[in-house]
Every structure is written in structure tokens, then in C-alpha cells.
Design a protein around this ligand. Structure first.
Ligand SMILES: NC(=O)c1ccc[n+]([C@@H]2O[C@H](COP(=O)([O-])OP(=O)(O)OC[C@H]3O[C@@H](n4cnc5c(N)ncnc54)[C@H](O)[C@@H]3O)[C@@H](O)[C@H]2O)c1
Length: 252
């Protein structure tokens, strides 16, 4: 039994690997023995790749394949998701009449189109291998709406493009799963709940925690196991699914 979760030697492409949760995945999956190739437009580690740039993504995937000889999994984790309370989050937390269409386009492009571009690039390699796992990171708001009551009054409305893109991730996941299943390629969505981040205001953390059955926000390392599971043979008959880890929030 213990070997079915084994990812030793697997080659995983992880987008957004230099972000808050991406860095956790890099650490955990590397410790489990995987080769983790990071695509992030912030290039502090790995290859500087903008996932919205199809040519750049195709080139980076080609280079990863040349280097490692295979691509076992793609984890589509990159998104525009500044932590609540951070300076960057301020333009995303505005009432709809003040929310710029340009930002809407940018968020959909990053969170959804960029994901599609990465899937398109890895599929030919996975088809040749007759095997692969694609994990599309959505959010608890792929199942439910943001409960704006947990935010502070000023700028309390999280961007409509975020929930729209994350719900779209589920459609993209089902579409790709249906098309690629006969090639041995599994495609699943992963919907995590809010994670505790030191940038967050205390009252928000309290209210957010109270909104789920476990009474707290997630710790950053609590999703590593789901990632390993979805990249490993332990999930070999799971495809087209949306794996939710939201402390029971959407079941309440
Ligand atoms: N943190 C949470 O509480 C939470 C909750 C639910 C879902 N999520 C999802 O988990 C994922 C990771 O979230 P996070 O909190 O670590 O976010 P983050 O902002 O810390 O990290 C996102 C990373 O993606 C990269 N990125 C953004 N646009 C890119 C582009 N065009 N090309 C390449 N890289 C790009 C950024 O440089 C950054 O390193 C996201 O998909 C997010 O929506 C996070």
C-alpha cells in the first residue's frame, strides 16, 4: 500500500511555484523525491515563464522534456491571488462599479487561459507516454460564492473575475478529462479553502475560521498531501473530479 503514493523520480511541472502555496508544494514534492520544474513569471527560482505567453510555455515545456525525458504531471497553480490585507489585494477588493474591466480580463487570462495554454503544451508529451496527471487549482469558491461578511467593510468585495475564473476551471477540467481519459491522462481540479497568511488582518482570520466546520483557516502545508495523492498512482481511477479541502465550508 505505501508505494502507491510514491512520486520518487516523477517529473512535475508546477506553475506559480514561487508563490505562497507553490513554495510549499515545491518543498514537499521535492522531499518526496519528485523533480519539480517551476514555471513562474517571478523568476527567483526555476524558469521565468509567463503562462499567458503560449510561445514561452511551449518552449519551457520542450526544454523540461529534453532535460528529464518525460512529464508525469502538470500542476496548474499560478493565479492572481493576493493575500487579503496585502497592498496588492486592494485593487481586487472593490465594489463592482469600481472594478476595472482591464483587471477582469487580466484575471481571466491568468487564472483560466494561462491554465489552458499549459495543458495544451504538455498533452502531446503525455499522449506519447500514454500516461499523465493534470491538477488544476481552483478554490473553495468554485463551489460557493465569497461570503463578503468576513472581509473588512472597506473594499470588502473580492473581484468577480476570481470566482468566475475558478468556476471556469471546473468546466475546463471536465472538458479535458473527457477528451484525454482514453489517452491515460487524468485531469482533476483541486479546490482549497483559505490559508492562514501573516499578512491577514486578525479579525478577518477569526471570521473566516468561523465560517467552516473546523473553525479555523488552513495551514500552508495542509494541501501537500492532496497534491502528492493526485500526482501519484493512488489516484489512478480519479479523473474529471473536483477534490475539495475547505474544512467543510461548502458542506455546511
Ligand atoms: N492562498 C489561499 O488561501 C488560496 C485559497 C484557495 C485557492 N488558492 C489558489 O492556490 C493557488 C496559489 O495561491 P497562492 O496563495 O500561493 O498565490 P500567490 O499569489 O502567493 O502565488 C501565485 C504565483 O503565481 C505566479 N503567477 C501569477 N501570474 C502568473 C503568470 N501569468 N505566469 C506565471 N506565473 C504567474 C505569481 O508570480 C506567484 O508566484 C492559486 O491558484 C490560488 O487561486 C489559494
Amino acid at each position: 500500500m505505501k508505494n502507491i503514493f510514491d512520486i520518487e523520480g516523477k517529473v512535475l511541472i508546477l506553475t506559480g511555484g514561487n508563490g505562497f502555496l507553490g513554495a510549499e508544494y515545491v518543498k514537499a514534492l521535492s522531499e518526496a523525491g519528485a523533480e519539480v520544474v517551476v514555471f513562474d513569471k517571478n523568476s527567483k527560482a526555476g524558469t521565468a515563464v509567463d503562462i499567458c505567453d503560449e510561445e514561452a510555455v511551449q518552449k519551457a515545456v520542450r526544454e523540461a522534456h529534453q532535460k528529464f525525458g518525460r512529464i508525469d504531471a502538470l500542476i496548474n497553480n499560478a493565479a492572481m491571488n493576493p493575500a487579503v490585507g496585502s497592498e496588492a489585494s486592494k485593487k481586487q477588493f472593490v465594489p463592482v462599479e469600481d472594478y476595472p474591466v482591464e483587471l477582469w480580463r487580466q484575471e481571466l487570462d491568468t487564472n483560466l487561459t494561462g491554465m489552458f495554454i499549459c495543458i495544451k503544451a504538455v498533452v502531446p508529451y503525455m499522449k506519447r507516454q500514454k500516461k499523465g496527471s493534470i491538477v488544476n487549482v481552483a478554490s473553495e469558491v468554485s463551489n460557493i460564492a465569497h461570503d463578503h461578511r468576513v472581509y473588512n467593510t472597506e473594499g470588502k468585495y473580492k473581484s468577480p473575475a476570481y470566482i468566475t475564473s475558478k468556476t471556469g476551471v471546473l468546466g475546463l477540467t471536465r472538458s479535458m478529462a473527457a477528451q484525454l481519459g482514453m489517452h491515460g491522462i487524468r485531469v482533476n481540479a483541486f479546490s482549497p479553502g483559505g490559508v492562514l497568511n501573516p499578512k491577514m488582518p486578525e479579525d478577518f482570520v477569526k471570521r473566516f475560521g468561523e465560517s467552516n466546520m473546523l473553525g479555523r483557516m488552513a495551514q500552508p502545508e495542509e494541501y501537500n498531501g492532496v497534491m502528492q495523492f493526485l500526482c501519484s498512482d493512488a489516484s489512478s481511477f480519479i479523473t474529471g473530479a473536483n477534490i475539495t479541502a475547505d474544512g467543510g465550508k461548502s458542506a455546511w
